[in-house]
Ligand binder design. Structure first.
Ligand code: CP3
Length: 346
């Protein structure tokens, strides 16, 4: 273990040169791993999240197996919805369900202010425990949902295809949309600041579904809020990763919203994306997660293509464009780590 193992990821976040390209995976802990499935026989997903010993164990599961350069705390973007009062359930197969979605002004007014130190103490505890285990080996990433993606769950009551109810709130009652986004932003700044105090060394903000927006509506209804939380979080001093998917045509605005690192999916070539984002920013991405099911030579071709397009420029963190899918072969994930670490730029 060299000193660079410990800092490679954080250096790349800041655009500094690294010995080799750092790599980690979204959803690197989860159902594609046997150790995780074994725990799931005994505990529900929410039990794993809320018990800091178990969340610590799950966070650590993939680290040595894969040889990645960063850990991400095991939690979920939807956890703050419980203390806010909408409820939160995970049903097998259907994903998350929010039993009391936010429909009108009264519902928004009823939302409770969150005190992350108390209401989400288990996340802070897990961060403290993971840091004890991995200090000196690799950094730990904390995270939360972005204002839009969180509000979409709160309004739709679960995952949505078209986001009709969410968009109608923006278009028809922009003042209500603003009221809800304001409340969520206050919660997010408090929650993410708490994570840094507990020991998170970088923060990722997941705007997973924002690619459903038109460029002008992204700018009008979403960008100002993402911008606000990212600028408030600058005080924490840790690098911030602004993650979105489906945003090939929005990347200039996503980049304007802020973040030391912009993370995007596979629907755009990585060099074209960096051009749009601006080379003064670091980037993260962008392998298609389904490629991990392909035979190794095909994976290698695509990994090398990404590395070649980046051309050794400082500030690239290798990742998938979105999370690891459920039945992904673990040895293929591990193979990608080795391909990236062993790659030599010409
Ligand atoms: O990356 C990591 O390893 C950290 C853990 C993590 C989870 N969720 C664990 C999880 C992170 C960073 C998240 C973020 C998250 N959660 C997002 C943003 C990232 C993305 O994927 O877009 C979103 C949209 C959620 C909400 C959520 N949680 C959904 C839609 C689901 C269902 C997914 C499905 O395929 O069923 C979850 C559940 C969830 N979160 C699981 C895990 C490991 C699966 C739970 C299980 O074991 O059944």
């Amino acid at each position: 273990m060299t000193e660079d193992n410990q800092y490679r990821f954080l250096k790349a976040c800041r655009g500094e040169p690294t010995d080799i390209t750092p790599i980690w995976f979204m959803r690197q802990a989860g159902r594609y791993m046997k150790a995780y499935r074994d725990l799931k026989e005994k505990y529900s997903f929410l039990e794993l999240c809320k018990n800091s010993e178990l969340a610590t164990e799950v966070t650590l599961q993939p680290l040595e197996v894969l040889g990645v350069d960063a850990a991400i705390i095991f939690a979920d973007i939807l956890l703050p919805l419980e203390p806010m009062g909408t409820g939160l359930e995970f049903t097998a197969g259907d994903g998350p369900v929010i039993p009391r979605p936010v429909k009108n002004q009264k519902d928004i007014e009823k939302l409770r202010p969150v005190n992350a130190e108390e209401d989400l103490e288990f996340v802070g505890d897990a961060i403290r425990q993971v840091r004890k285990e991995i200090s000196g080996k690799m950094p730990l990433i904390g995270f939360a949902g972005a204002p839009f993606t969180l509000c979409s769950y709160m309004i739709e009551g679960g995952k949505s295809r078209d986001f009709t109810t969410t968009k109608l709130m923006m278009f028809e009652t922009p003042e209500l949309w603003g009221l809800l986004m304001d409340k969520v932003c206050i919660m997010l700044v408090d929650y993410l600041t708490m994570q840094v105090k507990a020991g998170a060394q970088a923060l990722q903000i997941f705007d997973s579904w924002v690619g459903c927006m038109s460029p002008q509506d992204y700018k009008r209804y979403i960008m100002p809020y993402t911008q606000r939380i990212i600028s408030r979080l600058k005080e924490t001093g840790v690098p911030i990763i602004n993650f979105t998917t489906g945003t090939s045509t929005l990347l200039d605005s996503v980049s304007e919203a802020g973040g030391d690192v912009i993370s995007f999916d596979w629907r755009i070539n990585i060099d074209d994306a960096w051009e749009k984002i601006g080379h003064d920013r670091s980037i993260q991405g962008n392998l298609d997660p389904t490629l991990l099911f392909a035979p190794i030579p095909i994976i290698r071709e695509r990994v090398h293509d990404i590395m070649k397009r980046v051309g050794g420029r400082s500030g690239h963190i290798f990742n998938l464009g979105h999370g690891i899918l459920q039945h992904t072969p673990v040895d293929h994930v591990k193979a990608v780590v080795d391909m990236v670490h062993e790659y030599k730029h010409e």
